[in-house]
Design a protein around this ligand. Sequence first.
Ligand code: SF4
Length: 422
Amino acid sequence: MKFMICVVVNCIQGRTIFKMEAGAGDSESAPAEPAENIYDSQDLWSDEDDALLVASSDTHACEEILSKASKAAEITKVPDSEHDDPQTSSRDSGCTVQVKRLPWAERNPLQKFRPGYLWVSDLTRQHWCEQMMLYTFTVPTIPVESPVMTAGSNLHLARELAVHSVVQVKVTSSEDIWATKVINLFMTIQGFLNGINVAREIPIFGAPFDKDVFIVGLIDELRFDPDSYTIDLLELKTRSVRSCPKIAQQNQNKLQVMLYKKLFDDLVKGRVSKETVAKHLRLDLEKPFGEDIMGHLDSKFLTAKNLNELLDFVFIRIQSLTCISQLSIEYVLQDTNESLSQNPVEYDDNELKATFEHLLQFWQGQREVEGVEIEDSWKCQRCDFADVCEWRERKAQEHSHKNTAKAKLRKKMQVSVENNLL
Ligand code: SF4
């Protein structure tokens, strides 16, 4: 099947790393067991595309999916005996729901470019420049990783491996892929309850502010204080120069951590339902996990056999934690790994909601794409799309028309003053 992957256990660059990193907030006493995160080795989480067929194990659930599935899609119920997709017809399902995609021109940007869910990074890139973010979907480019990006990724990886090992598992379905994320979230929760103080690369998800858009993210670091029972969030940003970034970039980082807090807190408050997860990610909650996921769950003494049971368990466990108390962003110099600054971020729910709603208006097709305003035009100087950017050209023309109009007005006033003097 499509997601067939070899199994590599506890092997990163030929060795397993169980070391706990020393430092502020870290556990003084090592955990009884090394912490670990699991990954599907093709990182398929971000590559999930529209599922054309959604199978359900009973008629009631099938009706639920039908009623809740995206309004943008035309949906028909197909008897199992009629559809000819070998993959779905082999499923042990009571009914099958066929979701037919809308023509391209009728879809909104969410349906076109991010069917199912948005990443937090989509929103932060959009916050920097929406037009730039859109061009990354529409203008063919060859992604090139700069040395700065590589150094940043390496530093993140080193930090991750300092607190847990990585286990690769074989996934056999979308449900397996999402199970890996839920298990990693669970390992963080369980770790905190068992006395581990630091967790890194924590998957997080939800549909904040009841906007019917599913958001997925990956928190850099959470720190748990067992005495005060509080959780703090730390986002790591690497710098190639010895200074903090400009305010525009700091605002982008602020949006990122505020979104993480919102997603995490919603889970703690029990505001994310299994049905929401299933609907947006088009998952069959009853579909049994593959062998590898089952084996991994067994090794953690978890008895869930499908997402329905796993999510029930994890959602209840996370509600025993508290909401995130403090947010901060640490800027670290890449060359030396030296911490330049750790900036606290004040969470503002109203500000986040207003920004989030504005960003979603674009995704939901309620407004046209926007580029940067004239005062932020310095961003265009280092933009890969500056040569093709229609927004920039339009703004330049507007600016030039304004200047011409101003010059004409100035000249007219000058003539009038001169006439009055004569
Ligand atoms: S040129 Fe400027 S407005 Fe256009 S995409 Fe780039 S940053 Fe945005």
